[in-house]
Design a protein around this ligand. Sequence first.
Ligand SMILES: [Zn+2]
Length: 286
Amino acid sequence: MSSVKTATPDGWAENFSYDYYRKLLRTLWTNYEVCTLSEYPDCRSNGKRVAIMRHDIDVCVERAVEMAKFEHEFGIQSTYMVIPDTPLYDIDDARDQLFEITDLGHEIGLHCDLDWETTDDWEGEANIDSGLSLAETKQIEDARRQLESIGIGPVASLSFHQPVDRVLEGPSTIVGMVNAYSWDLMSAYISDSAGRWREGAPIERITRFGMADVLQVLTHPVWWAAEHNPPIERFLTVIDEEFAAVNEQMYNELVSIGPKYGDWTDQMPSSTFTASRWSKRTTASS
Ligand SMILES: [Zn+2]
């Protein structure tokens, strides 16, 4: 589609190759003590400059294993956040791969996909501080139990899938887990969400942060490959390789995490669900 080729993201998306990723790791490694999310409170209390390398696994676990391997070669331990209940992968099926990641020294955290609609049952200071309703807090506890049920854990860190504003810059821990969206972990924060680095090229950005005491870098394994591919092409390749067919639930999830530019949804394995919902979303995000 010509619309894919001419579309440009709002941000930097020029290099998602593993070579570039290795350079990014080297930059982190030379400037910071890199630790996992659950290690962060101890690392900070030692007065070190700390970087967190976090990965939110939104689409498939297999590509996360590749990244985990070369991070291990670097001696870097990062944190892989897993959604226990997603239409796009099954944690029971991915159990061996998740253990491969932990065997390489990395951490598995909870990537929590909340409903974000249950805001009428606030009770108690803890909930107001965290920006979470009681029902949402219970969903987090249930999700952690579900992730731990495959033998992972205890799960000690948390990030939200598509977080709403009221939970950003929240408390340092939520339900006893280190919160990736806490105030101090968001003070210097860059991300490749939706297939672009909104703040510009990440290596330059990390270098420019200079003396930031705490830096968090979020990547999503779906965008990265041995050779660079433009994000939309990369996304469509992964969908093609991972999913023989896409039902409505999977389709909606893929649209919500995919690039927010370009007309690419009609190239998905099933384009049965391209009705009004997608039109509204493209309008809202453009
Ligand atoms: Zn996510």
